[in-house]
Structure formats: C-alpha cells, structure tokens
Ligand binder design. Structure first.
Ligand code: PAJ
Length: 271
C-alpha cells in the first residue's frame, strides 16, 4: 500500500483515506464521494477491526460483503481498496495499544471498555500504512471523531481530519451497518433515537436551555418505546464529551441491537 501512495505523493497527488469496516451504505458513500471531490487519489480501507469489539459484541456476526463493497467503490471512482488481514494488522506478538486519555473515557468509552483504544490503534496504523493527506470520518460517531483528532494531533500525523454530516433514512434513522440486524418491528421502533433528537432540537430552538429539561425530553421520548432500552442519553460538550453542552448523545438497545446517534441541538434537525 505504502509504495502506491508514496508514488502518488511523488507525483504531487493529494491522497484521501476513508477508513471503514465494510458493509457499505450511503453514509460511507457520502464520505467516499467527498473524498473523491477533494483529492486526486482515494483509498478506502475495509477492515473489521477485532480489537475494537469487546467480548460478547458482534465481531463474528458483523455484516461482511466484500464483493458488493468492491462494486460500489469501483463505481464511485475509488483508486485503491486497502483490505488488510488480521494477521497483517496484528501479527503474532504485536501488543501496542493507543489510549487517548480523557475524551475516550466517558459514554461510549465507559459502555464499551477498550473500544476507543482499538479504534485509535487501528486508525493510527491505517495512517502509517497509507500516509493520507486527508482522512474522512462521519459525525454519526461523534466521540470517535474527537478521539481520532486528538490521537492524530498528539502523535503528529500530518493528516487533516474532515468530518461529514450524518446520512439518515427518510424517517430519520441514522444509516448504520448494524441496522441490518433489526427485525421489522425493531426497525420501526428504532426511529425513537432520531425522534428524540428532533424533539430536543425543537425545544432548544424555542429557547429551552435547561440541561435537565432537555435531557428529560430525550428520555421521555425514548422511554415510551417498549422495545428500547436506553444506555445513555446525555447533553455533553462536543469538544470534551463531559457534562453540559449542546451535543445530545444517545446509545439505545433495540432488542439485541445497540444503536447510537447524536445531534448538536444548536443546529436545526434535518428533515
Ligand atoms: P464504520 O462503522 O464502517 O464507519 C466508517 C465511517 O463511516 C466512520 O467514519 C463513520 O462515522 C461513518 N459513518 C457511518 N454511518 C454514517 C452515517 N449514517 N452518515 C455518515 N457517516 C457515517 O467507524 C468505523 O467503521 C470504525 O470505527 C473505523 C473508523 C473504520 C475504525 O475501525
């Protein structure tokens, strides 16, 4: 991989990287298309990263569809699909992990111990393997964006992190590879996440600023959904992910499927 991207760089071509775990949907494609517009060459990595999944999480059953992914990416005009194996990424004996203290610890970090160490480590390895000028991430995973930015800055990777808006279904559900796990009744129930964000956003637009009342708006909408089990629904500072700010963050189980979503209440909710 590195030989290819170094040749491109010698030729003066800017390289964009879109890290993914495959099972590509329109959310991934929005990042890919943006990267194609903003760079001469685009690399998409597809790697279901075992070390960011906890024991009992869905690593084994995570959706994989290499053939369809390759077709979709060829059509989008991607120059290179980087698909390392687990043995290449983590050869026997490899033991280094990157821990981003602070921002990786609350919320997703608390709910999924080790998850962000796995993300920070694999993204650093992808940056080393590809040496991109720009890397593209989705706002859908807001805390991941902040962890990756911190890691890239702290380790001195000369890469610019660009963040794109969350792509949603017409009813508001954020696109996610994990939506494929939802049974039809669960799919209907899953609208409660975006619906809660929309309600809180509306309250904020009408002048509500009390964190308790905004938080209650989120919880009340989620709790009327019998299939939903709320893990967290909080308002946090979008820089630090610590208490009190305008970013509403949600993690909700619908049946066995864990969904996350977020929205900065200071901005209108789309749709
Ligand atoms: P994955 O879940 O495949 O997501 C790849 C990228 O697509 C991430 O930056 C994610 O935020 C973005 N994305 C997912 N759903 C989106 C949506 N509905 N709208 C916009 N962007 C969306 O996130 C990961 O993989 C992994 O943690 C990874 C960064 C690849 C490291 O293993």
């Amino acid at each position: 991989m590195l030989g290819v991207s170094r040749r491109w760089r010698r030729e003066g071509q800017a390289i964009g990287l879109v890290p993914t775990m495959g099972a590509l949907h329109a959310g991934h494609l929005s990042l890919v298309e943006r990267s194609c517009r903003e760079n001469h060459r685009v690399v998409v990595s597809i790697f279901v990263n075992p070390i960011q999944f906890g024991p009992g999480e869905d690593f084994e059953r995570y959706p994989r569809d290499a053939e369809r992914d390759a077709e979709v990416l060829a059509k989008a005009g991607v120059d290179f699909i980087y698909r390392p194996t687990v043995a290449v990424m983590y050869p026997t004996g490899s033991s280094t992990r990157i821990h981003v203290a602070g921002v990786s610890e609350p919320l997703e970090g608390r709910a999924r111990p080790g998850h962000f160490d796995g993300v920070a480590t694999v993204v650093a390895k992808l940056f080393t393997a590809v040496e991109p000028d720009r890397a593209y991430f989705g706002q859908k995973d807001a805390q991941q964006v902040t962890v990756v930015k911190r890691m890239a800055q702290d380790l001195g990777f000369p890469v610019e992190i660009r963040v794109s808006a969350t792509v949603r279904e017409p009813d508001g559900l954020a696109l996610s590879s994990r939506n494929a796990y939802l049974a039809p009744e669960e799919r209907k129930a899953a609208v409660c996440l975006s619906s809660a964000l929309r309600l809180a956003s509306g309250a904020y637009a009408r002048g509500e600023r009390s964190p308790e009342r905004l938080r209650r708006t989120l919880w009340e909408r989620l709790e009327v959904e019998p299939l939903a089990q709320v893990e967290y629904a909080e308002l946090v500072d979008p820089e630090t992910f610590s208490a009190h700010g305008s970013l509403a963050v949600l993690a909700v189980r619908i049946g066995r499927t864990r969904l996350i979503d977020n929205h900065d209440l200071a901005m209108d909710f789309p749709g």
